[in-house]
Design a protein around this ligand. Structure first.
Ligand code: FAD
Ligand code: NAD
Length: 479
């Protein structure tokens, strides 16, 4: 039924749709197959990121942040409001509108770039063939010279807390609550737990996060994790570390949770809702026919080389399906790299400089290596730290919690990592990512002119502090 294509992409999340567009821009005949149907049965592009991930979560984070500011922050600016109310249905309606605007936008981009968008389920067969079952019920085999697998990821389920779509939910369910739960339990104090916990806490929920590890944000730089823990606890998030959920039961419209702490003691809590967000796994269910020959690792990731090619020549995998952080921008850049390599270009992705952000307020953001990673590498290094409390712009905005920490090689002064908790940390860390991409030293950033008064001056001062030259704080004496 379908003609052959140069490239068939399976999945139209940020990894898949970006690779499809880039391949088409480079002159290839491309099809992109997507099986997602929204809750009202409509076929949509955009994957996790646009439908139930990055975008809707940020819409709710922004709405709840404005509400929280109106309730708690504006009086310090001399602004008095009448009764501040939150209309949850209106907030959800705004979020849904943004999602449909963006998912619809992909269809338009496909059209403009001559990408054939197909709605239905795809399975990789052998010999670079794809079995396609359309949502209308037709079945066909599509042949392609190159195949890009971009099927993404789904939430990990745990037997101790099976989701029921009502009282015990995953991240998708937590984006759909129709009212504010009075007591909200969250299993996993990772990225999703902190972002969605912040949303509902700002709207009035009493939020308890139950985290199995005894270290908060274990993958982050330790100083930033420590400062973040202090800030989030101060906001009312009750974060319990070293606590593993062992049993849940829904009784009389309440979720009864039993968890065990490191001392083997058992504790009980009762919540109105429970969100389970303990990580995500590659979505390979029914994606690969038994004889397609694709290798998987122990975690279920599709095994790829640095250029995202699988063990089968001409078959690639990108985004959450493969090793590395599960981040939209990482997947998109892999998609671009693969499309360009198929077109004969020598594209590469610098995995050492992928920014990572938690969109709490303040945000937590990082790029490059943590101090522990640099130390473990055996390299000598210098660290520069600067607090937002010493920034005129942060004080003027009444938003001065947090700090910037920059790490540079002692010998070359090259920036190895930057870690921030503070206002606009996501955008600030991006400045350092650009500098790192150009091989910048801390001194290069220190010699750069930063506008005044801006939050980015905190990055400037941290860069100066690396070599003991910060102006607006007392530098630690060096040997
Ligand atoms: P996905 O976005 O999961 O897309 C894969 C697509 O493939 C899906 O549409 C799926 O239906 C389709 N598919 C799967 N199997 C088949 C098949 N057999 N046939 C046809 N189609 C198929 N990342 C960030 O960088 N920033 C954020 O702020 C952020 N926030 C997030 C918030 C939440 C609540 C969640 C859950 C995730 C968030 N992420 C964020 C992670 C981000 O969403 C993922 O890293 C990203 O979506 C991965 O892109 P992908 O294209 O690999 O996969
Ligand atoms: P995560 O890996 O960030 O956090 C999961 C947490 O759950 C971990 O701290 C883990 O120790 C804990 N945990 C695991 N099993 C547990 C158990 N049985 N009991 C208690 N705690 C347990 O995963 P996530 O928050 O589910 O997010 C999934 C992925 O989505 C992340 O890897 C992230 O890359 C991506 N994401 C990114 C963003 C962003 O970029 N801002 C936002 C949301 C999600």
């Amino acid at each position: 039924m379908y003609n052959n294509f140069d490239v068939v992409v399976i999945g139209s999340g940020p990894a898949g749709y970006v690779s499809a567009i880039r391949a088409a821009q480079l002159g290839m005949k491309v099809a992109c197959i997507e099986k997602w149907r929204s809750s009202n049965g409509v076929s949509v592009h955009g994957g996790t990121c646009l439908n139930v991930g990055c975008i809707p979560s940020k819409a709710l984070l922004d709405s709840s942040h404005k509400y929280s500011d109106a309730l708690n922050k504006l009086d310090s600016h001399g602004i008095t409001l009448g009764a501040v109310k939150m209309d949850i249905a209106a907030m959800m309606g705004r979020k849904d509108k943004i999602v449909s605007q963006l998912t619809g936008g992909i269809g338009q981009l496909f059209k403009a770039n001559n990408v054939t968008g197909l709605y239905g389920t795809a399975k990789l067969l052998s010999n670079k063939e794809v079995e396609f079952a359309s949502h209308q019920g037709d079945e066909s085999i599509i042949k392609a010279s190159h195949i890009i697998l971009a099927a993404g990821s789904v939430p990990i389920e745990i037997p101790a807390a099976p989701t029921d779509g009502d009282f015990i939910v995953d991240s998708t369910g937590a984006l759909e609550f129709s009212s504010v739960p009075k007591r909200l339990g969250i299993v996993g104090a990772g990225v999703i737990g902190l972002e969605l916990g912040s949303v509902w806490s700002r709207l009035g929920s009493e939020v308890v996060l139950i985290e199995a590890l005894d270290e908060f944000l274990a993958v982050m730089d330790k100083d930033i994790a420590k400062e973040s823990f202090k800030i989030f606890s101060g906001q009312g998030l009750d974060i319990r570390l070293g606590a593993r959920v062992i049993e849940t039961a829904v009784k009389a419209k309440k979720v009864n949770v039993t968890y065990q702490t490191m001392d083997e003691k058992q504790h009980k809590e009762v919540f109105d809702k429970l969100i389970v967000c303990v990580g995500r796994r590659p979505f390979i269910d029914n994606l690969l026919s038994p004889d397609c020959g694709i290798s998987l690792d122990q975690r279920g990731n599709i095994v790829v080389n640095e250029q995202c090619e699988t063990n089968i020549e001409g078959v690639y995998a990108v985004g959450d399906l493969v090793r590395g952080p599960m981040l939209a921008h990482k997947g998109s850049e892999e998609g671009v790299m693969v499309a360009e390599r198929i077109a004969g270009h020598s594209a590469q992705l610098n995995y050492d400089v992928v920014p990572n952000v938690i969109y709490t307020h303040p945000e937590v953001a990082s790029v490059g290596q943590t101090e522990a990673q640099v130390k473990a590498s055996g390299r000598n290094y210098n660290v520069g730290v600067f607090p937002f409390a010493a920034s005129g712009r942060a004080l003027a905005a009444d938003d001065s919690q947090g700090m910037v920490k920059m790490i540079a090689c002692e010998k070359t002064d090259r920036i190895l990592g930057c870690h921030i908790v503070g206002p606009s940390a996501a955008d600030l860390v991006q400045q350092v990512a650009i500098a790192m991409e150009f091989g910048s030293s801390a001194e290069d950033l220190g010699m750069t002119v930063f506008g005044h008064p801006t939050l980015s001056e905190v990055v400037h001062e941290a860069a100066l502090a690396v070599n003991g030259n910060a102006i607006h704080k007392v530098n630690r004496k060096r040997k």
